[in-house]
Ligand binder design. Structure first.
Ligand code: ATP
Ligand code: FE
Length: 326
């Protein structure tokens, strides 16, 4: 279904982007495309389209790591953001703490051992019967403002592990149990809930959010102290990915980052959640240092094997054979 949805809209999306920029393919210098990580069928739709444009108009092609793009888009909005810097990438499928030493050189300081924070927001929102028309995250953020964040006691994940990894599966289960014990019925949408029912849902949302973010704060603090020993010239921590749109997340992390002598850089929400700008910008960064592939043939041969990397840890080298021409 996901592949079909991608195939159906890709031509129109690309055309719309060109129209809005008052450009045609002839005005392009190169084509950047996400090649991983992600669902291979969906990645293939994007790569196929990119190769068709690049082949048709004789343009170089630049394969991009989706999570690198989430991090580097911060350099588009903050011109002072130089390497080395740290990044916390929080989205639906990832929870990464990295040290970006240089373009293409990333050290992973921490990752999730199970779920990402965005997954915990999305499931909690679903179980609380919230309106999911945008996604679960914004719905929880909004409802949490009405609740008491200390009313339900959830435990902070992984306290006994003195590392920078994350875990959200246990907190997710704690939320589900709290919902069950308060007899909240997700089939009754929040808009039709009684005043008391709404309040008890808001208390759970606020308490969940407080602990979910405290976990981020603790891991970031440890990571900053560790990274500064290795790279004393670090000045910034970037927070990006869909969950970084959250105002509470931003405010709490800002405090931690400042306390540790760094500056927080958070792209605007529309550049935090998935977007094409971040991929294009990361393409520019790579293109500038000569990291791109030559134009593909105008027509891909039928047995062409797409250069996609569905599983691709950030920090692992870009595919071998990439041209380093400049
Ligand atoms: P990945 O980048 O790991 O492949 P993805 O591309 O699906 O995952 P993004 O678009 O970067 O993810 O982010 C989507 C996630 O961000 C969802 O889980 C969504 O609930 C969450 N999110 C969006 N806005 C907010 C918000 N205001 N508060 C909390 N979470 C949010
Ligand atoms: Fe994403």
């Amino acid at each position: 279904m996901a592949e079909e949805a991608h195939s159906q809209v890709i031509d129109q999306v690309v055309q719309e982007a060109l129209d809005k920029a008052y450009m045609t393919e002839k005005d392009l210098t190169a084509v950047a495309v996400s090649i991983g990580p992600g669902l291979s069928l969906c990645l293939r739709v994007g790569v196929q389209k990119a190769r068709r444009i690049a082949g048709g108009f004789n343009l170089p092609i630049i394969g991009i790591h989706h999570m690198e793009a989430h991090a580097l888009v911060a350099r588009l909005i903050e011109k002072d953001l130089q390497f080395p810097f740290m990044a916390l990438l929080i989205s639906g499928g990832h929870n990464l703490l990295i040290l970006a030493r240089d373009l293409g050189q990333y050290i992973q300081l921490g990752t999730t051992i199970d779920d990402a924070i965005g997954e915990a927001y999305d499931k909690s929102a679903k179980w609380l019967g919230l309106d999911l028309s945008r996604s679960g995250g914004p719905a929880i953020e909004e409802l949490a403002r009405e609740g008491n964040a200390k009313s339900v006691s959830f435990s902070i994940p992984m306290r006994q592990h003195k590392d920078c990894n994350f875990s959200y599966a246990g907190l997710k289960t704690q939320v589900r149990l709290a919902i069950e014990s308060k007899k909240i019925d997700a089939k009754i949408p929040i808009s039709s809930a009684s005043y008391e029912d709404r309040l008890s849902r808001a208390d759970i949302a606020a308490s969940f959010q407080r602990i979910a973010v405290l976990h981020l704060e603790e891991r970031c603090e440890r990571a900053i102290q560790w990274a500064l020993k290795m790279e004393p010239s670090i000045k910034h921590l970037v927070v990006s990915g869909g969950v970084a749109s959250n105002q509470y997340v931003r405010a709490r992390l800002d405090t931690v980052v400042k306390k540790n002598g760094l500056q927080l850089v958070c792209p605007p929400p529309r550049l935090c959640t998935d977007n094409g700008v971040m991929v294009a910008w990361t393409g520019i960064e790579h293109f500038r240092v000569g990291r791109y592939d030559p134009p593909p043939p105008a027509e891909d041969p039928e047995d062409f094997v797409y250069d996609i990397r569905p599983r691709w840890p950030l920090g692992e080298e870009y595919a071998e054979g990439r041209s380093e021409a400049r």
